[in-house]
Design a protein around this ligand. Structure first.
Ligand SMILES: [Zn+2]
Length: 238
């Protein structure tokens, strides 16, 4: 039955509704079909204009926080070392140099991001991104193809849309534990082969902290440890 209510609002505010289906396929055909509805929004809960504004603002925050971390690594005082231990379980010269080489690359790719770098994690985009080691499904927040250093495409799933932009104390500006669009953005960029080629051995800020405490070499090559380290860089009110 056609639904008289609008089911979709385009980026310019145009409302769309179902007008019925004129497509058939033999009942024996069980293959998955992709039906493209145009215009599609990146997120069901915001217009593409709002999405673009949000990710570009968060890109700028991420670049700033990455710069703070690079400055910390160059300064390398007792606090800076303690934070490296918190997120990577070590303040070794190896950890420090890995970050000093990798973070400027993350910053470079973050700085280059435009709204056109983002695609929906639809049937089509996940096929294009299938070279990502991590499996993508309906619960996937976002995904990239590590070797995609040409376009740095980031595929966005519905979970991303539902996340808070940032998890922070609004009085002090300091980051708080919890998933956010900001954390996800840095997480995804850290995967690319021309940044830090990170993996997804585990997820989550609290988990990353706990795993760092347990030691080993995996935290420095794990996306959420890198993303948490950046997100927790000291910052003022904003
Ligand atoms: Zn990942």
């Amino acid at each position: 039955m056609p639904d008289p209510k609008p089911i979709h609002v385009g980026p310019d505010g145009t409302k769309f509704r179902y007008i019925g289906s004129a497509t058939t396929t033999p009942t024996t055909d069980t293959s998955i079909k992709v039906i493209t509805v145009y215009p599609e929004t990146m997120c069901p809960n915001m217009t593409n204009e709002e999405f673009a504004k949000t990710v570009m603002r968060l890109r700028d925050v991420a670049v700033k926080l990455t710069s703070t971390r690079i400055a910390n690594l160059n300064r390398w005082n007792a606090d800076d070392r303690a934070e490296a231990i918190e997120w990577f379980g070590s303040d070794s010269e190896e950890v420090r140099s890995t970050l000093l080489i990798g973070l400027p690359q993350i910053s470079r790719v973050l700085s280059s991001l435009k709204p056109s770098n983002f695609v929906r994690l639809s049937e089509i985009s996940s096929r294009n991104l299938s070279c990502d080691a991590s499996a993508t499904n309906g619960n996937t927040t976002a995904a990239v193809c590590k070797p995609d250093t040409e376009t740095h495409t980031i595929a966005i799933g519905p979970n991303f849309c539902e996340m808070p932009d940032e998890k922070k104390n609004f009085d002090t500006g300091q980051a708080l534990d919890g998933d956010s669009k900001l954390l996800t953005l840095i997480h995804e960029v850290s995967h690319f082969n021309d940044t830090m080629q990170t993996g997804d051995t585990w997820y989550g800020i609290a988990n990353s902290r706990r795993k760092a405490k347990a030691g080993g070499s995996i935290p420095i090559s794990t996306a959420d440890n890198i993303a948490s380290y950046v997100v927790f860089a000291k910052r003022g009110k904003s």
